[in-house]
Design a protein around this ligand. Structure first.
Ligand code: ISJ
Length: 412
């Protein structure tokens, strides 16, 4: 285990608690003290991770992957103009099958911190029996007007702007406020998402400066697994039909072009930094919950190209990609700022573990919602091109909201 002390297996005194009880108590512990916390499950993994920190999340203007300690990144859509957040990890809790492992990430304090934390966690586990509620960060006002017809008009304005020639593609977004079920259970909802969406990155992040966010995103922004760098171009959307095979899925010209633009955007980023040695696989049809998308995967061997800074450089160049903003980037960002009338906050920003076990996995924060009190605010966008139809794009945002809504309704 790189940079980290040997993992300490859970002592028997905590062994009688279930994974759900431990997760709940750890989230409550962090919430009560106003400390940041991140809970996630990576695609196709059974392991659930929970990162705890003993200090506030740091505000950052850059994520230097080579320099950062073990932690979790949480960046807003307007990262660059606004600061991003970084949770420096002190303790990593990993839950896999019936085993829970506590790993100290902070070399100086290490195992002593774990022992102290376990004592506090036991107290919290007791308290949790009488009050199972997980405290949420944030208290957004739920007043943003974003009616379905407002969105259709926004799509119309996007189509007009594209036809006028300045833009190739624009991705307008909207939000939808919902009342949470009376017996809302965050941990049950998180588990429901993990079970329903094997190929998504499931996350719950709660940071006093950012609020509390839940999501099930299908989109990798950048990944570094030891010496492999990876990014993907994901776009185009249709409803998943369980009776049809993925390989038989037909895509319209509009959808093929829309996704090709995202691929082109990534290749242009590689060109900018004169990187020629990359592999490209796709486009292929992939399932994301109730939806299908087109995806192309790009990989680079960091050792062979001798380009260790690549993840940091590509992160700066890629975000926000044309899958969530548009093409050309700067012009669409300026257009959306005036026209969208939505504070996206952390929706379509990025998030994920950094330098944990020598891997970094950053995802685009899609299919997500912000939680506040008894309400949630869902966010979704759709790629608009010259051939878009407002009604269809509106329906697409509803389908994207359903990624979370279907499971919320099922698990309560
Ligand atoms: C913008 C979103 O999704 C993105 C846009 C897509 C599209 O326009 O078809 C598809 C996948 C994502 O890259 C979202 O989920 O809110």
């Amino acid at each position: 285990m790189n940079n980290q002390e040997k993992a300490i297996t859970l002592e028997p005194d905590l062994g009688s608690f279930t994974k759900e009880e431990l997760i709940r108590a750890a989230l409550q512990w962090a919430g009560k003290q106003g400390l940041p916390v991140a809970l996630w499950r990576r695609p196709f993994q059974s392991e659930v991770n929970l990162l705890l920190s003993f200090e506030a999340a740091k505000e950052v203007t850059q994520y230097d992957i080579q320099e950062l300690s073990n932690g979790f990144a949480f960046a807003p859509f307007s990262f660059g103009e606004e600061k991003g957040l970084f949770i420096s990890g002190d303790i990593l809790l990993s839950f896999d099958f019936n085993e829970t492992v506590f790993t100290p990430l902070n070399k100086e304090q290490g195992s002593e911190q774990i022992q102290k934390f376990k004592v506090q966690l036991i107290e919290q586990l007791e308290a949790s029996r009488t009050n199972p509620e997980v405290p949420l960060n944030g208290g957004m006002s739920l007043t943003e007007p974003s009616s379905p017809s407002d969105y259709e008009h926004l799509v119309e304005r996007c189509i007009e702007a594209i036809q006028a020639g300045t833009f190739e593609k624009i991705v307008p977004a909207r939000s939808k406020d919902i009342a949470l079920p009376e017996n809302f259970d965050l941990v049950a909802f998180f588990n429901g998402l993990c079970q329903a969406y094997q190929n998504a990155f499931i996350s719950y992040v709660s940071i006093p400066q950012a609020g509390s966010w839940l999501g099930a995103t299908p989109e990798v922004l950048i990944e570094k697994e030891t010496q492999v760098f990876r990014t993907i171009a994901l776009a185009a959307t249709q409803r998943y039909n369980p009776d049809a095979s993925l390989t038989d899925t037909a895509w319209t010209q509009k959808e093929i072009e829309e996704q090709a633009m995202v691929s082109r955007y990534i290749i242009n980023c590689f060109k900018k930094i004169r990187l020629r040695e990359f592999s490209e696989k796709g486009p292929e049809t992939v399932k994301a919950g109730n939806l299908l998308h087109l995806k192309t995967t790009f990989e680079v061997d960091l050792q062979a190209t001798n380009f260790q800074e690549l993840p940091t450089v590509m992160l700066e160049l890629l975000h926000p990609t044309s899958a969530v903003a548009g093409m050309p980037k700067e012009e669409t960002l300026a257009f959306l700022k005036v026209q969208e009338k939505l504070n996206r906050r952390f929706y379509s920003g990025f998030l994920g573990p950094v330098n944990i076990e020598d891997c970094t996995h950053l995802y685009v924060n899609l299919r997500c919602m912000e939680l506040a009190g008894s309400h949630g605010r869902l966010f979704a966008g759709a790629g608009v091109t010259a051939h878009s139809r407002p009604q269809k794009e509106l329906a697409e945002t509803e389908m994207k909201f359903n990624t979370l809504l279907n499971i919320l309704n099922q698990s309560h």
